[in-house]
Design a protein around this ligand. Sequence first.
Ligand SMILES: O=P(O)(O)OC[C@H]1O[C@](O)(CO)[C@@H](O)[C@@H]1O
Length: 560
Amino acid sequence: MSESKLTDVTTTDAWERLDELAESADVDLRAAFAEDADRASSLTFDAADLRVDLSKNLVDKDVLSALLDLARTTGVEERRDAMFAGEKINVTENRSVLHTALRRPKGAQPPLVVDGQDVDKDVHEVLDRIYAFADKVRSGEWTGVTGRPIETVVNIGIGGSDLGPVMVYEALKPLRHERLTARFISNIDPTDAAEKLGDLDPETTLVVVASKTFTTLETITNARVARTWLLDGLRERGAIGEGQDAEAVAKHFVAVSTALDKVEEFGIDPKNAFGFWDWVGGRYSVDSAIGTVLAVVLGPRVFSEFLAGFRAMDEHFLSAPLESNVPVLMGLINVWDSNFLGAETHAVLPYDQHLHRFPAYLQQLTMESNGKSVMWDGREVSDETGEIFWGEPGTNGQHAFYQLIHQGTRLVPCDFIAFATPSYDVKDGDQDVHELFLANFFAQTKALAFGKTADEVRAEGIDESIVPARTFPGNQPTTSIMAPKLTPSVLGQLIALYEHIVFVEGTIWGIDSFDQWGVELGKKLAKDLAPAIAGDEAAIKAQDSSTRSLIEYYRANRAR
Ligand SMILES: O=P(O)(O)OC[C@H]1O[C@](O)(CO)[C@@H](O)[C@@H]1O
């Protein structure tokens, strides 16, 4: 997208209209549902296998029509098509943004060729290699250096090289190979590696070092720690002798990266490395080779169903008209809530224990993507960007923070996610426990939308003095997302849905959702601070007084 095409969205007619509507319109959900018997059906949409009910949001026909104008004015469809075609829409890094190419089926037409690169061919070559490797590990043909089959796959990565794999593993764990489990080391806090490796048997452990850049301090440090752990462990039990380190590393370490030269420098055989490309952002990479741990433990069939799910949502995003395009509508409603109604945060509340890491995954996807204050032409934005995402699975959250959503002073839009069929059929006597669980899901969005009036409270004979405390204002916006079951495909659909929501919001705000310069300064400073922490007096003196005194506290209190 050329700079000249970028108009500050806040200067557009659509924005002005939305400002007016926010001043004048006061959508009352009780009244809106009472007046329009078709509200639920007209605001419920299907996208692939997802049923998405937007009717409990604070929108009416005028608001939606102005929001759709905003999407047209800001060229959401044109920029979407540019992204899928491989145009360099990541302007600050001069890169294409092609995570959607990772899930194109073999033989998709027309083929995707970008800058002379046959993207489809490259994607499927890597996928085929990953699947062949996964099959070998799963069948027991690939063994550790002592000939024993692999039992634990340890993924070492951070950010996008961790959050996606761990979230998907947790979500689909019942589908894992019966011999294989996965563990995930991400934090440079030595506790993480110590606890995750401590009780493992090096003879049956395979380490996947996952890093797009292969320079990330946490990952490279943890990979070295794991290599030392592996070699020491094998030596201690006499499993390897002098000169066998490289052989052991070759059987127990594989790597995933865009920087295959650095993988080799680290000592991992490039034969055991799976590549991807700079046009896959870290937080958009779970469906690239970064998912190798998943292909191994869950299997190639599960992984390909997962990819097909992403693709199904991509097709919806590409082809549905704006008026029924779910990622577009959800992105627009998020803009309405945060820029016009003053919502400061956005909760995502999955009613499925297997999705317990989904909110953490979405935090990186949404906040690293859209936490920006300059537009892609370098000018400062004129209004808020980047929603703050947070959440926990239901029903746990109900007993923790829902009070604030129901009766606090803030507007907290919530996405509720649930599945018709549970992973486990459990009965409490005659009671289907999943039905109890879903009763909570339905009850919460109902209570948030319609509340409980003072008269309804009084009608229950409540003492007048506590009627205000027991009244629920309602009118809290929610979106309900349901699907038949949490399958690999449905999970892929959900992830792609949020990827595209982020894209829509970023396009409207005119920001580059695909860079992450904001994390660079801290990374650099951490490296620069190392000498001061190690006791270099000159380096300590060079610090500001607060940092200096914190380092001095550390040095005085570190027990060894
Ligand atoms: O995969 P890498 O290169 O190790 O990076 C890990 C993560 O670090 C970040 O660059 C941010 O620090 C993320 O965007 C990325 O997912």
